[in-house]
Design a protein around this ligand. Structure first.
Ligand code: PCD
Ligand SMILES: [Cu+]
Length: 806
């Protein structure tokens, strides 16, 4: 078509840039079964590794006898701690500054802990062989309840740390204590509580769960002894970090290590950490000189790699009688399991838990977190908010409901009264954050209007009266939640992983014909990065998204980045993408001016071209400029058209949202039915509204799963109870409610395109919203706080406790 006669709108539409509901390019291969996952990597001579795991939660290992296993045809090796010790690899450093056992050394600390790594010709032989390894145990007393971990006579768990009085985050109070972390002004907070008119205090437990992605954790390690090079394919959310860790652990130079994260079948934080399976595969490949594959099964995934939450939050609010919140105080007991393997930025032992004042203007606050060891698997980062924001929002949003009930006030009214007002941004919170932007009152009101809030409350009142008269056995709950997320870790002045600042990167290269390849330091696990980064570039550079290839996950080609978790890809690598594109555009402007024979200052950008100011018919398109970059440049300019940017964000971004859930609960069966769920999200500038909607659906579904049923629990002996899908609730389309989504747009003032993250948000807001709905249904019966998960059996038990079955 003639370039002259197309309108600007027509030209913009062709680009499929930001704001377009562009279909996901990666789905072309996914829907045809053409994805390339770790398990698709099949190399000549490849062996398979599998773990012998502990049947005990706490026991001394008296002996390991692998002779029968080694005698089984097809078994090539059995690694134990004794083999790793000379290499100093029986323990590995964790991101939290602790060490974790790779293979149990002398004692086991949780059920299913890795004891020996059997390497065999195939998976079946390996599975048979692990049954033949005899481990002799001497059982030790078990610590399951974190509240008992620091008792004076509690069993000593970490013998390796017995003498260590000071950990990476300061002094340890007890041999099972990990750290004490405090933020805020304690004396000022205590003083307000001492004189407050109304005070609430509750223990809110955010139970232990697991994200259980469709694809479990896995890797293939291949050591080429001739070249001295190690290649690792793995389900890595942060491939560059894995390369650095492997280099530090193994002593192999970083440029001789190739880490490749191919397609990933969901990550949800489960694939951030470094696990014994990776280390053992690498060691086995080095020892045996052939590639070794390790693939977790579902039980191993649920019971050993990176659980989430397990926070016990004693939460207090101080307020006036008319509902002005004056102070907040929280003590958290954090159950970290056997090793402190949280993947928070180094200086943040409890992640960003100090966002717990939420969306409210609370003048003073104090947060204290104690981490303890127990006989459970380690982890504690994952599940759609790696950095403890779900926990923080759960605490404040439950506390708001409790306070409203105490004051006899509607909880939305209480929120409205205490929200940070639009004109207060940038807002400095009592616990040290600078919220970049927000418009909370507007968002809350929009949702109230959309759901017909006052009519819902009137209906609820009528149902409560009918219930009291014995005319119905149904309770109605209206759950409200308002959240502020904090994503985009992060400014390297306070966020690093293993000392590497948490910047991220993008490299964009334009070929002579005007098509593009771009690479980022992040790694999609299903979020659709191949689609959305291309949209940012399309808008910034005026080249159709269809002409842009996005690559991630290969450390040989991608610039160094810290990976994808904590909804950081958009705030950090998305910003890097825009900045790199703008560098290219600046060069393109000079080339355009040269081609048009005018000064650089006499041309202006117009969607997909530079045109001469005042003469729109004189222009050069980006495609023409790209060609010229390789043959017709201004004198002295270097050829080519590419740029790289490493973006160190000046601040986090603060997405927010207002959610409402309407629920009916049958007191005789405990069955809860979600009648309506309305979610308004504000993630600033929206890159792809369709992908955002998908992210919200996914995050809400996981919020439903966590709040209404999922749990990894342990019995008194430390047996893990939720280690299969027989016991662990995974909702299907049948149980999952229907979602209604909405949005407002409050761009981030410091992000180059104004975008904030969104992937975690629906989970952060969704869990308290469901839990508030359940609690709201029972509140008029003075039920007190009801702990999650809210499955039918537990809700039936609540009704029973309240005497409703009499
Ligand atoms: N404004 C805006 C924002 C955003 N977006 C889009 O959306 C998505 C997301 O983003 P973000 O938010 O930034 O995020 P990222 O970084 O990318 O990612 C991460 C997240 O993501 C989510 N989501 C998802 N999806 C899927 N499919 N899969 C998965 O796995 C997952 N995971 C989850 C999680 S959990 Mo963590 O790790 O726990 O921390 S964190 C997380 C992408 O695609 C993007 O582009 C748009 O469009 N716009
Ligand atoms: Cu988060």
């Amino acid at each position: 078509m003639n370039e002259m006669i197309r309108t600007q709108a027509e030209r913009a539409e062709v680009l499929q840039g930001m704001g377009c509901k562009r279909k996901r390019t990666e789905d072309i291969r996914f829907t045809q079964g053409r994805g390339n996952y770790v398990d698709d990597v099949k190399l000549p001579g490849m062996l398979f590794g599998d773990f012998v795991r502990s049947s005990h939660a706490h026991a001394r290992i008296k002996s390991i006898d692998a002779s029968k296993a080694l005698a089984l045809p097809g078994v090539k090796a059995v690694l134990t701690a004794a083999d790793l010790k000379p290499l100093n690899l029986h323990y590995m450093p964790t991101l939290a500054g602790d060490v974790a056992a790779v293979l149990a050394d002398e004692k086991v600390l949780f059920q299913n802990q890795e004891i020996a790594f059997v390497v065999a010709e195939d998976r079946y032989i390996a599975a048979d062989a692990i049954e033949l390894v005899d481990v002799e145990y001497e059982a030790l007393p078990v610590v399951v309840d974190p509240f008992q971990a620091m008792a004076p006579d509690a069993p000593l768990l970490r013998e390796d740390l017995k003498e260590k009085r000071v950990g990476p985050h300061g002094e340890r109070k007890h041999y099972n204590h990990i750290f004490n972390w405090q933020v805020g002004d304690k004396p000022a907070t205590d003083a307000v509580f001492a004189n407050a008119e109304v005070v609430t205090k509750d223990l809110f437990t955010y139970h232990r769960t697991h994200p259980s992605p469709l694809e479990t954790c896995q890797c293939v390690a291949s050591m080429d002894k001739v070249k001295g090079e190690l290649t690792i394919w793995g389900t890595f959310q942060a491939p560059h970090v894995v390369r650095t860790v492997v280099s530090l652990l193994s002593g192999i130079a970083e440029h001789k290590i190739h880490v490749i994260a191919p397609d990933i079948g969901g990550g949800f934080g489960n694939k951030v950490g470094v696990y014994p399976g990776y280390v053992c595969s690498v060691v086995a490949s080095i020892v045996l000189g052939v590639p070794v594959k390790w693939v977790e099964d579902r039980m191993e995934n649920l019971s050993t790699t990176s659980f989430a939450r397990d926070y016990h939050m004693t939460t207090e609010l101080a307020a006036t009688k008319d509902g002005k919140i004056l102070a907040m105080r929280i003590h958290v007991l954090a159950d970290h399991g056997a090793f402190d393997a949280c993947a928070d930025p180094s200086k943040w032992p409890a992640g960003f838990m100090n966002i717990c004042t939420g969306s409210y203007d609370i003048p003073v606050a104090h947060l204290e977190v104690d981490g303890v060891y127990t006989n459970k698997a380690s982890g504690g980062v994952a599940y759609r908010c790696s950095f403890r924001v779900t926990e923080a929002v759960y605490a404040i949003e439950r506390a708001i409901e409790v306070l409203a009930h105490r004051l006899g006030m509607d909880s939305v009214e209480l929120r409205m009264k205490n929200f940070i007002r639009a004109e207060q941004f940038p807002y400095h919170s009592a616990l040290g954050w600078e919220y970049d932007s927000g418009n909370y009152h507007f968002a809350m009101q929009k949702v109230m209007d959309a759901v017909g809030y006052s009519a819902l409350r009137a209906e609820q009142k009528a149902i409560q009266e009918a219930f009291s008269r014995g005319e119905t056995r149904q309770l109605m709950g209206v759950g409200v939640a308002f959240f502020t997320e904090i994503v985009g870790a992060g400014p390297s002045r306070n966020c690093d992983i293993l000392g590497v600042g948490m910047f991220d990167s993008a490299e964009i290269r334009i070929h002579p014909t005007g098509s593009i390849v771009a690479r980022m330091g992040t790694k999609s696990q299903g979020q659709g990065h191949e689609t959305t980064y291309a949209q940012i570039i399309a808008t910034e550079l005026g080249i159709p998204a269809d002409d842009i290839t996005i690559e991630e996950g290969n450390t040989d080609t991608a610039p160094y980045g810290l990976g994808t978790y904590g909804s950081r890809s958009t705030p950090v690598a998305g910003a890097a993408t825009a900045v790199a594109a703008r560098k290219i555009r600046a060069k393109a402007q000079m080339i355009a001016a040269h081609l048009l024979e005018v000064s650089e200052y006499d041309v202006e950008w117009d969607i997909d071209r530079f045109r001469v100011k005042g003469l729109p018919e004189k222009f050069k398109t980006m495609k023409e400029i790209a060609w010229a970059a390789y043959n017709n440049l201004p004198p002295g300019m270097e050829p080519g058209l590419e740029a790289v940017n490493y973006y160190d964000p000046p601040n986090m971004t603060y997405p927010f949202g207002a959610y409402v859930c309407v629920m009916d609960i049958d007191v005789d069966t405990g069955v809860a039915k979600t009648r309506r769920f309305y979610a308004l999200d504000d993630c600033g500038t929206r890159i792809n509204p369709m992908i955002i909607e998908g992210q919200v659906h996914g995050g809400l579904t996981e919020a439903f799963a966590v709040s209404m049923g999922q749990e990894i629990s342990y019995d008194a002996q430390g047996n893990v109870m939720g280690a299969s899908f027989m016991d662990f609730f995974l909702p299907t389309a049948v149980e999952t409610p229907k979602w209604e989504t909405d949005f407002t747009v409050t761009p981030s003032p410091h992000h180059p395109i104004g975008a904030k993250g969104v992937g975690e948000s629906p989970h952060v807001g969704g869990v308290p919203c469901f839990s508030n709905a359940v609690n709201d249904a029972f509140a008029f019966l003075e039920a007190g706080h009801i702990q999650m998960p809210h499955d039918a059996w537990r809700l039936w038990s609540v009704a029973d406790r309240l005497g409703l079955h009499a």
